[in-house]
Design a protein around this ligand. Structure first.
Ligand SMILES: NC(=O)c1ccc[n+]([C@@H]2O[C@H](COP(=O)([O-])OP(=O)(O)OC[C@H]3O[C@@H](n4cnc5c(N)ncnc54)[C@H](OP(=O)(O)O)[C@@H]3O)[C@@H](O)[C@H]2O)c1
Length: 282
């Protein structure tokens, strides 16, 4: 098959490599993309503009910043593309529903990726939902990415179950990271950092080390996590639950945005960013 990738970012390129390993042709669109994307996409077939790739592709996978997902879908819909459109972004189930309405249930498959870019076996799963989920999972016969079609159900969310699953997963994994960093900032600003560390060593062994590791793991990507937390907040609200927790998590990650694409920061640097000043305890 001929499958278009919009776009070959860190995750997108790893999806493309699994498609190549599965004997498909993979295309991408160079217009508007950075040198980084161009370098990552060297092994794929380049198209100058979206219209050209749209008439070539049997399927398109959208894997871009979550806040661009709906505009990306609208751009594809305005072309002559008539294959299956897969949105694999970390977006609220309400956003996924909007995209399914653009293409119609017969031409849309919802996706959600859990795990890092798929560069080794067993790390990364692409969950899929919708009436053609099994068909899209069948695109991935080789390579490191594991594609899993979720069973259809009579739940109102069945069509966008993959996005709902991704939101639920990241609500815990990234939400608890934001909580832990916020707690460290609170303790630092209240002058009780050392006392909290000592108490954690007694009653929550490992939490000090987890705090350090969380600062390092999240600091370069926090700017992107902020948008994802807002998608999660919307997902909670759509189910009649409070979205405030993840609105708060978005605020914490947004306050770390200056650390974007820098070498991993340590906990004191992250606390300084969150507090907006030098860390009092640092
Ligand atoms: N990375 C992970 O570990 C991970 C894990 C699970 C899920 N995901 C999801 O995968 C998706 C992509 O993440 P990523 O890590 O691959 O991000 P990334 O490395 O930042 O790549 C994003 C790609 O989208 C392009 N892009 C930038 N702005 C755009 C816009 N306004 N419209 C359309 N495309 C745009 C970028 O192109 P240029 O930079 O060339 O402009 C780049 O090729 C996100 O939805 C993310 O939540 C990522």
């Amino acid at each position: 098959m001929r499958i278009g990738l919009l776009h070959p970012g860190q995750m997108g390129v790893s999806i493309g490599l699994s498609l190549l390993a599965s004997d498909h042709e993979v295309g991408w669109v160079s217009e508007g993309r950075s040198a980084d994307s161009r370098n990552r996409a060297k092994q794929f077939e380049a198209f100058a503009v979206l219209d050209d790739m749209a008439v070539w592709a049997d399927g398109i996978i959208s894997i871009c910043p979550p806040d661009a997902a709906i505009a990306q879908a609208q751009a594809v819909y305005s072309t002559a593309f008539d294959g299956l459109y897969v949105d694999a972004n970390a977006i609220a189930s309400s956003s996924a529903k909007k995209i399914s309405e653009i293409f119609g249930a017969g031409a849309y498959v919802d996706g959600g990726v859990i795990g890092p870019p798929a560069l080794s076996a067993g790390t990364t799963r692409l969950y899929l939902s919708g009436q053609h989920a099994v068909r899209v999972a069948g695109w991935f016969t080789q390579g490191f990415l594991q594609a899993i079609a979720l069973p259809a159900s009579d739940h109102a969310n069945s069509m966008v179950a993959a996005s709902s699953l991704k939101m639920a997963y990241a609500a815990h994994s990234k939400g608890s990271s934001a909580l832990l960093l916020a707690v460290n900032a609170l303790a630092a600003n209240s002058g009780v950092s050392e006392a909290l560390k000592a108490e954690w060593d007694i009653s929550q062994p490992g939490l000090n080390q987890i705090s350090q590791a969380t600062a390092k793991a999240t600091s370069p990507k926090a700017w992107r996590f902020a948008g994802e937390m807002l998608e999660i907040s919307e997902t909670f609200k759509a189910q009649g639950l409070s979205g405030d927790f993840h609105q708060g998590a978005a605020d914490i990650f947004a306050s770390m945005a200056n650390l974007k694409d820098q070498p991993s920061a340590d906990l004191d640097q992250v606390i300084s960013e969150i507090l907006g000043s030098e860390c009092p305890g640092g």
